[in-house]
Design a protein around this ligand. Structure first.
Ligand code: SIN
Length: 300
C-alpha cells in the first residue's frame, strides 16, 4: 500500500510525524527522523527565549501538563547554527513558528524559506505565553490574518496549529483555509492547572497545557468535527501513543498524525507508532489508504 501523503508541495513518505517540542530538531535520533513521515521542530520565535521558570512539567496518570514557554534559540541562531546541521537528515522538515505579532510571523516565514525547509507549522495555539499563542488562535480573524501573511511570504507548505481552548476549531479551521493554509494541526494542548498540597500552583509558569492519553478522545472529536465540516486537510495530534491511536485519528479524518508526549518518554515512539500502524493496515487487509482516511465520517 502506498502511504504517501501530499500537503501543499510537500510529499510525506508516510503519515507519522514527530510533533513540535517533543523531538527537538530531530538531530539526536536521525534513524527515527529519517524513517518517519517527517519532523516538526520546536517552535522558533524571532528573539531567543529562556522559557518559563521551573518546574515545567507536571506528570499525572493520563499524561502531562507542560509550561515550557517557547524556550528556543531564536531565529538568527536557528538559521545560522541549526538549519545547516539539518541538511544531514533526509526527513521532511516542518518548522514550527511562533510570532508575537502578525509581522513577526511574516518575518519568520520569509527568513526561513530556505531549500532545506519543506514547510511551516504556524503556532497560534501555545497556552504558555501572555501574548500571541492561544490568544491569537482563539480569534478566527487573527488566525486568518496570520495565515495570510505567512502565505504571502512563502511558497512552502503552510500548516496552522490550532487550539481547541474556548473556541470551536471549525471556526478557526475555516479562517486558516481562507488565509491560504494547506492544512491544520488539531489539537494543541488543553489549558491545565496543577496544584501542590498547600494549594499553590505546581508549575513555574502557573498554568500549562495538558497532553497525552487524557486528551485523545477530545482531540479525536475535534478532528472528526473539522474533517467533516471544512475542506482542509487535518493533521491529528493529541495522545497518540501507539499504532491503534494513529489509526483512530486517520479513521476520524486526519491525513497525517503527530506523536508528541509519547516521544518525551521514548524517543523511538514515532517510529514504533509508524511500524504498528503499518502492521495494523496489513492485519485489517486495507487495500487503499484513501479509503481508510475519514471512514468514521462516512459510516455515520
Ligand atoms: C511551550 O513551549 O510552552 C509549548 C509550545 C506549544 O504548546 O505550542
Amino acid at each position: 500500500m502506498n502511504f504517501e501523503v501530499q500537503l501543499g508541495r510537500t510529499i510525506f513518505p508516510n503519515p507519522v510525524l514527530a510533533a513540535s517540542g517533543t523531538f527537538g530538531f530531530g538531530l539526536d535520533f536521525p534513524r527515527v527522523a529519517n524513517a518517519i513521515g517527517g519532523i516538526v521542530t520546536k517552535a522558533i520565535t524571532v528573539e531567543p527565549r529562556a522559557g518559563n521558570p521551573p518546574p515545567r512539567i507536571y506528570e499525572f496518570p493520563g499524561g502531562i501538563i507542560n509550561s515550557v514557554g517557547l524556550e528556543n534559540p531564536g531565529l538568527k541562531r536557528f538559521r545560522a547554527e541549526i538549519l545547516p546541521r539539518l541538511a544531514r537528515l533526509k526527513s521532511r522538515l516542518i518548522v514550527n513558528i511562533a510570532g508575537f505579532s502578525i509581522e513577526e510571523f511574516g518575518l519568520l516565514a520569509e527568513s526561513l524559506s530556505s531549500e532545506r525547509v519543506d514547510g511551516f507549522e504556524v503556532n497560534v495555539s501555545c497556552p504558555n505565553v501572555a501574548e500571541g499563542g492561544a490568544l491569537f488562535g482563539q480569534d478566527p480573524k487573527m488566525v486568518e490574518r496570520v495565515t495570510r501573511v505567512v502565505r504571502q511570504q512563502t511558497d512552502k507548505t503552510v500548516i496552522v496549529k490550532l487550539t481547541a481552548n474556548f473556541i470551536d476549531p471549525v471556526e478557526t479551521a475555516k479562517a486558516a483555509l481562507a488565509g491560504g493554509a494547506d492544512a491544520v494541526t488539531l489539537i494543541n494542548t488543553l489549558f491545565g492547572l496543577a496544584l501542590q498540597k498547600d494549594g499553590t500552583p505546581f508549575l513555574g509558569g502557573r498554568t500549562g497545557g495538558i497532553s497525552g492519553p487524557a486528551i485523545k478522545h477530545f482531540a479525536l472529536f475535534c478532528v472528526d468535527r473539522v474533517a467533516r465540516a471544512v475542506a482542509i486537510p487535518v493533521i491529528g495530534c493529541g495522545g497518540i501513543m501507539n499504532g491503534q491511536d494513529a489509526l483512530d485519528f486517520i479513521s476520524a479524518g486526519a491525513r497525517l498524525v503527530q506523536v508528541g508526549t509519547a516521544s518525551l518518554r521514548n524517543p523511538y515512539a514515532p517510529l514504533e507508532v509508524w511500524c504498528e500502524l503499518r502492521l495494523l493496515c496489513r492485519k485489517n487487509r486495507f487495500k487503499n489508504w484513501a479509503d481508510v482516511i475519514g471512514r468514521t465520517g462516512r459510516s455515520s
